[in-house]
Write a protein that binds this ligand. Structure first.
Ligand code: 8DG
Ligand code: MN
Ligand code: MN
Length: 363
């Protein structure tokens, strides 16, 4: 049934994981504005408000046409009063005063610059902002205490600000494949994150690694990073061991956003293809994750994103299905058991959701 008998109106489901959200859509002029307010709320430690703006933006991304009047928003979920006010102003005046003043504000710009440093979160950036610091240069100038990660973040700041292209991601894929196969033949490597969703650029490149024989993947990461180091391909790396134990981390913590796989946050030294370029290489952020084969489908789903899509999947599982979803497992609280899955399709089916392919998870 179409709402209000309008043949052009569509039924918009309220969870992002129930909808298809393509990468390219018709309403960037609105979503970009709402996402600035979302980002600003995050900088101000207001998670509820941040998610509300992000959900509103996401609904507009799923629309099959450009919004031209407030009439077009009838029957749409997730659009709160505040979001509607902002949209109305943009439709009528071409821009929103709140969005523009946020965009220009010293706090927004400083927080963007500071959290843009690899290894710097909102809390640290906020502390620095209150101490009068505004940029990576200010950190160097005032001799701030930085951890190893942040030092690398400041050192390679300019390179890491530049978007990573799909072509660069493909070169890095070949390198990672070579490294992994050199230390563990038969291992499988999959490109994750934004590039798996079809993005043409990203802020990093994400990989998931597994081996069909469960157990073979244990302790794999240090072997990979050693190989890469020997080839002179790593500028920075920090490896964290796998700390997932089903008995302890299962149902209780499964809906937490951080997972417990063996992982490596790294910075690669990528040789540029054209030797004519001023410097012969650039720094690129790369995330490597190792998953046991039995958790691979969950890890794949969890590391494909988008972040809002992931968040909505977990909310759907908990609120609508009494299940608990993580990048490791799906736990059914009613039946008191873990649901095994070999593919993403099976996980969507357990959750009672239509399968959404990665290219339409750009919520
Ligand atoms: P981008 O890099 O192009 O900017 O976008 P992205 O690829 O979608 O974002 P990302 O920050 O690289 O995250 C990729 C996915 O990884 C995202 O859906 C969330 C997932 N993920 C986890 N655990 C963790 C974690 O601990 N840290 C981060 N950063 N991402 C995680 O499942
Ligand atoms: Mn990514
Ligand atoms: Mn990442």
């Amino acid at each position: 049934p179409k709402p209000n008998g309008d043949p052009t109106a569509m039924l918009m489901k309220s969870y992002a994981c129930q909808r298809r959200t393509p990468l390219k859509h018709y309403n960037s002029f609105l979503t970009e504005a709402l996402e600035i307010l979302s980002q600003n709320a995050e900088y101000n430690d207001n998670e509820g408000r941040s998610v509300a703006f992000r959900r509103a933006a996401s609904v507009l991304k799923a629309l099959p046409r450009r919004v031209r009047s407030m009439q077009d928003l009838r029957c749409l979920p997730c659009l709160g009063d505040h979001s509607q006010r902002v949209i109305k102003e943009i439709l009528e005046d071409g821009s929103s005063r709140e969005v523009e003043s946020t965009r220009q504000s010293e706090q927004y710009q400083a927080m963007k610059a500071l959290t843009g440093i690899f290894g710097v979160g909102v809390r640290t950036a906020d502390r620095w902002f209150r101490e009068g610091l505004r940029s990576p240069d200010d950190l160097i100038r005032t001799g701030q205490q930085l951890n190893r990660e942040q030092q690398a973040g400041v050192q390679y700041y300019d390179d890491l600000q530049k978007p990573v292209t799909k072509a660069e991601a493909d070169v890095i894929s070949d390198i990672v494949e070579k490294a992994v196969h050199a230390v563990l033949p038969g291992a499988e490597i999959q490109l994750m994150g934004g590039f798996r969703r079809g993005k043409e650029v990203g802020h990093d490149v994400d990989f998931l690694i597994t081996h069909p024989e469960e157990g073979k993947e244990e302790g794999l990461m240090p072997k990979i990073t050693n190989w890469l180091k020997e080839q002179g391909l790593l500028l920075y790396q920090k490896t964290t061991r796998n700390s997932y134990l089903e008995k302890m981390d299962g149902p209780a913590r499964a809906s937490s956003n951080m997972d417990r796989f063996e992982r490596c946050f790294s910075i690669f030294k990528l040789q540029k293809s054209h030797q004519s370029e001023a410097s012969g290489w650039r720094a690129v952020r790369v995330d490597l994750v190792v998953s046991p084969y039995s958790q691979f489908a969950f890890a794949t789903l969890g590391w494909t994103g988008s972040k809002l899509f992931e968040r909505e999947l977990r909310r759907w599982a908990g609120q609508e299905k009494h299940m608990s979803l993580s990048s490791h497992a799906l736990y059914d609280s009613k039946q008191n058991l873990y649901l095994r899955a070999k593919t993403e399709e099976e996980i969507f089916a357990y959750l009672g959701l239509e399968f959404i392919p990665p290219s339409e998870r750009n919520a």
